[in-house]
Design a protein around this ligand. Structure first.
Ligand SMILES: *[C@@H]1O[C@H](CO)[C@@H](O)[C@H](O)[C@H]1NC(C)=O
Ligand SMILES: *[C@@H]1O[C@H](CO)[C@@H](O)[C@H](O)[C@H]1NC(C)=O
Ligand SMILES: *[C@@H]1O[C@H](CO)[C@@H](O)[C@H](O)[C@H]1NC(C)=O
Ligand SMILES: *[C@@H]1O[C@H](CO)[C@@H](O)[C@H](O)[C@H]1NC(C)=O
Ligand SMILES: *[C@@H]1O[C@H](CO)[C@@H](O)[C@H](O)[C@H]1NC(C)=O
Length: 208
């Protein structure tokens, strides 16, 4: 079992008005009933993602409905059992990327590079209000890079690697100027029309 961080004990597990002799046991019990696995919503998102794959690189072995998705291959969680990292690079994944991955509210890093994923890059992922690093490079994603709705509240994305795919259309420079956190975009080796620098560093380069 993972060590329980101190802050968790303070914020959630404490029960006042507990007799001293019972408090140690009560503490253990209430810790055990705290998030010990990912949420059903999170599992659901992953199982929908899995359902969209025609080749899943053997993920079904550990991605079993009814089990804790924090223990599934390629998935890491915080000590509070919130999914924070999805690392599924080089797994021969084929199929499309479910927009429901954008519904993982604590997801910080998503790496799907070096697969054979096709279809669009879902708006839900690029406009996620949690993802800071998104790497879908070296796939077969196509279509336009989505415009970001101007209503997107906080856009924490810092690193976007969409290089070596088959994206087309005009790079949506106008809305992407709003990506204030963006440090690096690598959009090279696609089929965008118009001039796009090999690597765009939004803080220093302006879009045409
Ligand atoms: C996405 O997550 C929210 C809760 O965080 C939920 O209400 C909503 O139904 C989810 N969307 C889908 C398509 O499951
Ligand atoms: C994603 O994974 C690939 C393969 O391991 C790695 O080369 C790449 O650096 C990772 N991307 C990020 C943004 O860390
Ligand atoms: C994608 O780009 C990011 C930022 O430059 C980089 O850290 C990452 O390693 C790249 N991914 C791959 C597979 O090269
Ligand atoms: C962008 O990604 C491509 C591979 O898709 C790589 O060859 C290139 O070096 C990357 N550019 C930078 C500046 O990291
Ligand atoms: C460009 O993308 C294709 C398809 O993903 C890949 O096979 C090729 O190695 C990439 N070229 C470079 C220079 O990264």
């Amino acid at each position: 079992m993972e060590p329980i961080p101190h802050s968790l004990c303070n914020s959630k597990a404490g029960r006042s008005a507990m007799p001293p002799y019972g408090s140690a046991l009560a503490m253990l019990l209430s810790l055990a009933s705290l998030a010990t696995s990912c949420t059903e919503q999170e599992s659901y998102s992953f199982l929908q993602f899995l359902a969209g794959l025609s080749q899943n690189g053997g993920l079904t072995k550990s991605w079993q409905k009814g089990t804790d998705c924090c223990s599934w291959e390629g998935i890491s969680c915080s000590p509070e059992r919130t999914v924070t990292d999805v690392f599924l690079a080089s797994r021969n994944l084929q199929g499309f990327i479910s927009p429901l991955l954008g519904n993982l509210t604590g997801l910080l890093r998503l790496n799907l590079s070096f697969n054979l994923l096709s279809g669009n890059l879902p708006l839900e992922l690029v406009s996620s209000t949690s993802i800071i690093v998104l790497d879908v490079s070296f796939n077969q994603l196509s279509g336009d890079l989505p415009d970001i709705p101007s209503s997107t509240p906080a856009w924490p994305l810092q690193v976007l690697n969409i290089s070596s795919n088959m994206f087309t259309g005009r790079f949506p420079s106008t809305t992407w100027k709003e990506a204030n956190s963006l440090v690096v975009i690598n959009a090279s080796n696609n089929s965008f029309t118009g001039l796009i620098p090999t690597t765009l560093c939004v803080s220093t380069l302006s879009f045409a």
